[in-house]
Design a protein around this ligand. Sequence first.
Ligand code: A1CAB
Length: 266
Amino acid sequence: MEQAYKIGIIGCGHLGQALAQACLNNGIPKDRLLLSYRGSAETRGRLAEKGLLDCAVPNERLLSQADVIFITIKPQDFATLKDIGIPAKTTVVSLMAGIPLELLREVVGKNALRMMISGPDAILSGHGVAVVYPGNAFVEQFLKVIRVRQLQLSGEDELNVFTAGVCIPPALLQLDDPAKSAEAIKRLSGDYPMMATLYEWSLGVLPQSLTGEEKEVYIKRMATKGGITEAVINSLKAGAPLDTALKNGVARAEEISKSTLEAFKK
Ligand SMILES: O=C(O)[C@@H]1CCC=N1
């Protein structure tokens, strides 16, 4: 990656902050990192705790200086990007689950691409996995720098499968019969081979012997309100087996795509 590249991150929730921290932890200097957020006092406090507050800048500055912008806002807030004026030359990497590439490019420009990544804990422990659509040499190099493993995708539709699949670690925290979980994944893997890959990965990243409260915190750090983690966890809580819960996660990602598209057509 060229040394002078500046990285912008719009949205400083758990994921945005984890990406920023991963940059710093892996040698990307603070002066190449620009963060913007909606200005809540809570987020400000979290940024300060993590030594990231110096990187926080107004959107205008981020937009004019960043060469690549990662967007980690909620998919439901996608419409707020409509008028912010992202320069046409900027590479935009959307981490908004379910927002299709076609719509993304219409709104933020033709240099946009999609990326989905595992949750904050996996990223920061050096066990993160990600997929990128379409492939992009710069982003591939960036993932190497922050020590996140890139998996290969069969196509855009598989992004939704990956997104539900990265919820396997929090899902396993809710379950207590490993043999049953393994069977559920076997049932899924014919239709969704990505689930088998992510199940293997999950067994390596799953935190051991967490208390009930620690499990809740782990899940909360992964979950976007109204998103995919919630759909998976709520299904399990309602008694569904793991394969059904993960299918419900995929379905939730598809619903987000559909409803955002419809909202935009209006
Ligand atoms: O819960 C969500 O919707 C996001 C995507 C997968 C993990 N977090």
